[in-house]
Design a binder for this molecule. Structure first.
Ligand SMILES: [Zn+2]
Length: 441
């Protein structure tokens, strides 16, 4: 029987061996950053730490954190790359940009080796979903400096798959390709998967029946780890949908496997994860905290203790697939930056999506945090399916009102919009607005 692991020696490595490997990589990386990155030299000095004393994984806690704001400030102060760059400029091969909602995006550079490491660990994820070289793959991300398209494309090619380059194509052209060629695997954001399915349905095309897609994978947003959203995607494509969390600055760091046990494995040989509580202490199995990564591989921009702002829960059970890689429960549970306080209660928009998407009558939705008569209020706008009769729409509104109130523990106003009136998203969605903090312009 063919192996279910691309790299069994890494994916099933014993804990002792993995720790040894990580500690050795960590020492090398800290040495490299200290020797070649003025940014890190300055940082270590300011924190009063001697990087040479970092010998084991436990010593990592001596080093200061790195934040995205710091990197952005560094690039703004020393344009265009900042002085984080730890290799001569002629050694860099790739540039990618993070998606930015405000200000200039962060530019991220990689050497040839760095780039190989990025897409090769990504390939390991695709293999874990069941993608093989006999598959034909479409990476339906936008062609541009966002890493999503390139890493998906190179990863599939690394496995030997035939890859259909769909970066610059319109949705109609992509649907046409899916109907014409034996494309069996599709990668895109979860919002785009739903958009694509709706668009096809409007043209009378049933993607589940009319295409050969058997696996879809989703990145850029956590949708595929939200059971109701995943179920919708799976039904629309008649395929198995997988979540691939990642970030440009570190890696496509995690993957669900074909055991589908609700766990996301971490490529911990490639990027070392810490999960820390709000006082910076590591949480144990079952604990929740912020995911912090140290890049064990990338040399051009070697990030150390990089705060992802993603909240995860460390698994306290083994995955039936037999991998020994550290796993987190259910993927990224929320972003610290997206966390909202409503009358003192913490609300993550992801939770709202979980509650809303279970209803087949909901085509799209939008969330507005606002002030109503001096009090915080959550407005949830629903774009109902055109198939619902007026009475059914009203019933759905009441039901959602109750479920959201109970599920979130705060008062919620549910509003029914006209079918098809809310925006659809062909990349990452922006369904959430906070009118309490945003300055109107
Ligand atoms: Zn597994």
């Amino acid at each position: 029987m063919a192996s279910r692991y691309l790299e069994p020696r890494i994916e099933r490595r014993s804990r002792a061996e993995m720790t040894r490997w990580q500690a050795q990589r960590l020492r090398e990386q800290v040495r490299h950053a200290t020797a070649h990155s003025p940014f890190y030299r300055r940082k270590f000095k300011a924190a009063g730490v001697d990087p040479a004393k970092v010998r084991t994984l436990d010593d990592l806690g001596r080093l200061p954190f790195t934040t995205k704001d710091e990197l952005k400030e560094n690039q703004a102060a020393r344009p265009p790359w900042g002085d984080l760059l730890a290799v001569p400029f002629e050694e860099v091969l790739r540039i990618h940009m993070t998606s930015a909602t405000t200000g200039r995006p962060l530019a991220f550079l990689d050497t040839r080796e760095d780039w190989y490491g990025f897409y090769h660990s990504y390939a390991r994820s695709l293999y874990a979903y069941g993608v093989r070289r006999s598959d034909m793959v479409m990476a339906a991300f936008s062609y541009g400096p966002w890493i999503g398209y390139w890493s998906g494309f190179y990863a599939a090619q690394d496995l030997g798959c035939l890859v259909f380059p769909a970066g610059g194509l319109s949705t109609d052209q992509r649907i046409d390709a899916l109907l014409t060629y034996p494309i069996t695997v599709l990668g895109c954001t979860p919002s785009y998967a739903l958009f694509l399915a709706e668009h096809a349905a409007r043209k009378g095309i049933d993607l589940a029946k009319d295409t050969k897609i058997r696996i879809t994978w989703h990145t850029g947003e956590p949708g595929a780890s939200i059971p109701a959203t995943r179920a919708r995607i799976e039904t629309a494509f008649g395929a198995r949908a997988y979540d691939l969390p990642g970030l440009t600055e570190i890696a496509a760091w995690g993957f669900e496997c074909d055991a589908r046990a609700g766990l996301v494995h971490v490529h911990e040989d490639y990027c070392y994860p810490e999960v820390l509580d709000d006082e910076g202490r590591p949480v144990g199995p079952g604990g929740r905290g912020e995911l912090v990564f140290t890049s064990l591989y990338r040399k051009a921009m070697p990030l150390i203790r990089y705060r992802t702002r993603d909240v995860v829960q460390v698994a306290d059970r083994k995955c039936p697939c037999g991998r020994t890689l550290i796993a987190v429960e259910g993927g990224v549970l929320g972003r610290l930056d997206d966390m909202k306080k409503v009358r003192g209660i913490i609300v993550y928009p992801r939770r709202i999506e979980e509650l809303v998407r279970v209803h087949a009558g909901v085509d799209e939705f939008q969330v507005v945090f606002r002030r109503l008569e001096g009090l915080d209020d959550v407005l949830v706008r629903i774009d109902p399916s055109p198939l619902l009769a007026a009475a059914e729409r009203d019933g759905l509104r009441q039901l959602l009102d109750e479920e959201l109130r109970t599920g979130l523990g705060v008062r919620v106003t549910v509003e029914m919009a006209e079918p098809g009136s809310l925006p659809r998203w062909d990349h990452k969605a922006r369904r959430v607005k906070d009118e309490r903090t945003e300055v109107p312009f």
